[in-house]
Design a protein around this ligand. Structure first.
Ligand code: F0G
Length: 353
């Protein structure tokens, strides 16, 4: 039986690797593209919603796609230490792949703004975890200064190999449905992923593997929406901590993806994000983290405004990370367990049977 070899081997001709590149892989990629019948029906309007569930990567987020490339190239170049700033997922991925490669890793996290599961990951994978008393943007600036002056390799999405790995998610979508969808919705934080998907879609079209390109629809959290507001947000705020970013590194490239694809980048509120997050879990059985649900939240909002009008309307939403990364939000938004005595009458009463 053919088995998945990890995305570098699967997409080798499309990636900047050679026979000399040591492939550091945890068999990332090959994530399911799930059709969402119940949410599609709820939205009506003939929309067909698909969810690219990136939470099923080895460390539970899309970051593993970029990290297999960044880490392989870092090891090829002789790196001994990798560093990154992160809202939690890049750090979890960097820590895991560095452990797998047998090199050191240091991560810079905004103190108090990291979901519990993500913090646990960086710690147990053995990274040096520095909790910076500041926000992500400050942590990123410090990491860049460090990498400019000292012998460490930075694996944030300023590292071009990250984008190369992440573009393979677009390849997988086309390989699954036979062409690009009409629309692609995606959360936007530091703006690397929207850049990567657009690159992937364009490359497959240039090679003649797909015939069309999607409109890229990026969504930022309303309290952290610098691209939408066209200004740096000094003190970003949102429950979606993964995208709590006020000065995205790939700002210009995200705007290019939006404009070239005739798409959009807009904002969704925390309440809209949480509603989409709950719908995904309760209507489709898909548990993603809050930031991931910004893609569906945006689609719901734009659908209400009549945005999806032309021809066939396949919409792929990237769900960037797994819900288990942020158990606190899940518990906060759910009804509490009913505590009962070990007794059948109590069970029957609780179940109203
Ligand atoms: N969704 C999740 C779950 C994320 O972790 C991130 C980014 C994004 C969306 C946005 O992607 O930055 O490429 O626009 N997380 C980074 C991190 C910033 O440090 O883990 P982006």
């Amino acid at each position: 039986m053919a088995y998945w070899k990890g995305l570098i081997e699967e997409y080798r001709p499309y990636l900047p690797v050679t026979d000399k590149t040591p492939v550091i892989t945890l068999k990332e990629g090959d994530t399911p593209l799930l059709f969402g019948p119940r949410i599609s029906k709820k939205l009506g309007n003939g929309l067909k919603l698909f969810f690219k569930f990136e939470g099923l990567n080895p460390t539970g987020s899309f970051k593993d796609r970029g990290m297999t490339m960044a880490m392989s190239k870092a090891v090829e170049a002789g790196a001994k230490t990798v560093v990154c700033a992160s809202t939690g997922n890049t750090s979890a991925s960097a820590a895991a792949y560095a452990a797998h490669a047998g090199i050191a890793c240091a991560v810079f996290l905004p103190h108090g703004s990291i979901a519990l599961g993500k913090l646990a990951q960086s710690m147990i994978y053995g990274a040096k975890v520095l909790a910076v008393e500041g926000n992500f943007d400050q942590a990123l600036k410090l990491t860049r200064e460090l990498a400019d002056k000292y012998p460490v390799t930075m694996v944030n999405s300023n590292n071009p190999f990250r984008i190369e790995g992440q573009k393979t998610a677009a390849f997988e979508i086309v390989d699954t449905i036979g062409d690009a969808p009409e629309y692609h919705a995606i959360p936007v934080g530091n703006a690397g992923n929207i850049t990567a998907y657009w690159k992937g879609y364009k490359e497959y079209k240039e090679k003649g593997i797909s015939k069309s390109l999607p409109r890229m629809c990026g969504f930022q959290a309303a309290g952290a929406a610098p691209i939408v507001e066209k200004r740096v947000v000094e003190n970003p705020q949102t429950i979606a901590t993964a995208i709590k970013i006020g000065n995205p590194f790939s700002w210009k490239k995200a705007e290019a993806a939006r404009d070239e694809s005739k798409g959009l980048i807009e904002a969704v509120t925390d309440e809209e994000i949480l509603l989409a997050y709950e719908l995904l879990a309760s209507l489709e059985g898909i548990f993603c983290e809050p930031a991931s649900a910004a893609s569906l939240a945006g689609v719901i909002k734009k659908n209400q405004k009549g945005y999806f009008t032309e021809g066939e309307r396949r919409v792929v939403c990237t769900l960037t990370g797994h819900g288990l990364k942020d158990p606190d939000t899940a518990i906060l938004r759910s009804s509490k367990p009913t505590v009962i005595k070990p007794d059948m009458t109590e069970i029957l009463k609780a179940l109203k049977l």
